[in-house]
Design a protein around this ligand. Structure first.
Ligand SMILES: Nc1nc2c(ncn2[C@@H]2O[C@H](COP(=O)(O)OP(=O)(O)OP(=O)(O)O)[C@@H](O)[C@H]2O)c(=O)[nH]1
Ligand SMILES: [Mg+2]
Length: 407
């Protein structure tokens, strides 16, 4: 079995070029449709998108809503709305009427158009940029809006190759763009989520790793699918061959002599996802608790853990302890250690979710002794510790403390 680490660097030249062209054309754009996959509302969101789009008005569109786990995805909708996004969930397979999207777009444009009318100018055509990672349905969305096939569509990443303007009505022009990613994935789970839902090309990650990951996610969150489609009630990672054999026999993936063909098993699972046969799945999880409450708890837990560690090193004078503690518990220290953990892929995607949620949390508090970014990073670390505390995952807290103190 291929044990390759999936810390891949996936950033083909055309993506950098697309980003450059988007930047150059940004002043022509009125509204951006940022398209993400409802099954992976965190992993499929372009990580450096704010840098790219600056302050352009934006609608966040979650496609493939027909395929997601609505309970989980709706939590993401609320989360993004709490950050100030306008969010729309769409099933582009069935929906042909996109009046809700048009109305939302018009309402965004209203202010601008009213100003023009006041100045005696005509209403302007709305120019919309459609942007997102590969294979999320950008071109499908454009076709639905125009009511005919104006953009190429296909169930593989990289179908759209160039930027192009498409007129969808007298009032609206859309710019279709090739899918873009970011230079380095922040965690192994993000790359596996993207590969599982075919947002990155199949050859980028070893298919056995992707399929075993999918099976594990089904086992963790959607065990009924595992039973119904593959006839197994759990995935045994110690004896993964047995799990694959069982699926192979159930689904007829056999070579001559009745031997199970693993490659066929991998294709069966990938195709079940690709063809939308497996429905009702969302692989990213949002954390429910108020981020600042988590950070409040995490702050206290982190402080105790660091004090425990410092005392264990043999320091006993309170003055020395306090001096040494600053390195770890100051906002700057916390922010630096968080960055180090992210850079070294130490955090899982669920953990990164918490950090990101906490960092993005709207907060009017103005830190006195540090800059806002450092403060937000420090809050991210505290929220993570708080979440782990409420999950009663003391082992993981200890691992994080060990990482930070270099034990
Ligand atoms: N079930 C379902 N399938 C969808 C939905 N939206 C798009 N698809 C399918 O997803 C696949 C990708 O769609 P495209 O429109 O080509 O995606 P894209 O974002 O333009 O992809 P690139 O051009 O490769 O970046 C196609 O097979 C679509 O039929 C949806 O809401 N539900
Ligand atoms: Mg496309």
């Amino acid at each position: 079995m291929n044990e390759n680490k999936t810390n891949i660097n996936w950033y083909p030249g055309h993506m950098a070029k697309t980003k450059r062209l988007i930047s150059e054309n940004l002043n022509l754009i009125d509204v951006v449709y940022e398209v993400i996959d409802a099954r992976i509302p965190f992993s499929s969101k372009i990580k450096d998108i704010d840098e790219l789009l600056k302050n352009k008005k934006r609608i966040l569109i979650m496609t493939k809503y027909d395929l997601c786990d609505k309970d989980e995805t709706n939590k993401w909708v609320k989360y993004y709305e709490s950050l100030g996004y306008k969010v729309l969930c769409l099933d582009l397979e069935k929906t042909t009427n996109l009046s809700n999207l048009i109305n939302l777009t018009n309402s965004i444009m209203e202010e601008e158009n009213n100003k023009r009318i006041e100045k005696g100018l005509q209403k302007r055509k709305t120019r919309v940029l459609v942007v997102g990672i590969p294979n999320v349905g950008k071109s499908t969305l454009i076709n639905r809006l125009s009511g005919k096939k104006v953009a190429n569509v296909g169930n593989a990443p990289g179908i759209t190759k160039n930027l192009s303007w498409i007129r969808v009505s007298n009032d609206v022009e859309l710019m279709d763009t090739p899918g873009i990613l970011w230079p380095k994935f922040d965690s192994e789970e993000i790359s596996l989520n993207l590969a599982s839902l075919t947002a990155i090309k199949e050859e980028v990650l070893p298919i056995d790793r992707v399929v075993i990951y999918i099976l594990n996610m089904l086992d963790k969150y959607y065990n009924n699918i595992l039973q119904d489609r593959y006839g197994i009630d759990h995935v045994d990672n110690e004896e993964i061959e047995e799990t694959l054999e069982a699926i192979g026999r159930k689904r007829g993936c056999l070579q001559r002599g009745g031997i199970v063909d693993y490659d066929k098993v991998y294709s069966v699972v990938m195709n079940d996802i690709k063809n939308g046969i497996i429905k009702g799945i969302t692989f990213d999880r949002v954390w429910n608790m108020n981020m600042l409450t988590l950070a409040y708890m995490g702050d206290a837990v982190y402080e105790v853990k660091i004090r425990e560690y410092l005392i264990s090193t043999g320091l006993c004078k309170v003055n020395d302890l306090q001096k040494e503690a600053v390195k770890y518990v100051s906002a700057k220290g916390q922010s630096d250690y968080l960055k180090k953990m992210i850079d070294e892929n130490f955090l899982s995607s669920e953990e990164l979710n918490v950090v990101t949620c906490a960092r993005n949390h709207k907060n009017n508090h103005k830190p006195k002794y540090t800059d806002i970014i450092t403060y937000k990073n420090a809050t991210g670390l505290e929220a993570l510790i708080g979440q782990l505390y409420f999950d009663k995952n003391n082992d993981r807290i200890n691992e994080i403390i060990d990482f930070i103190v270099g034990r």
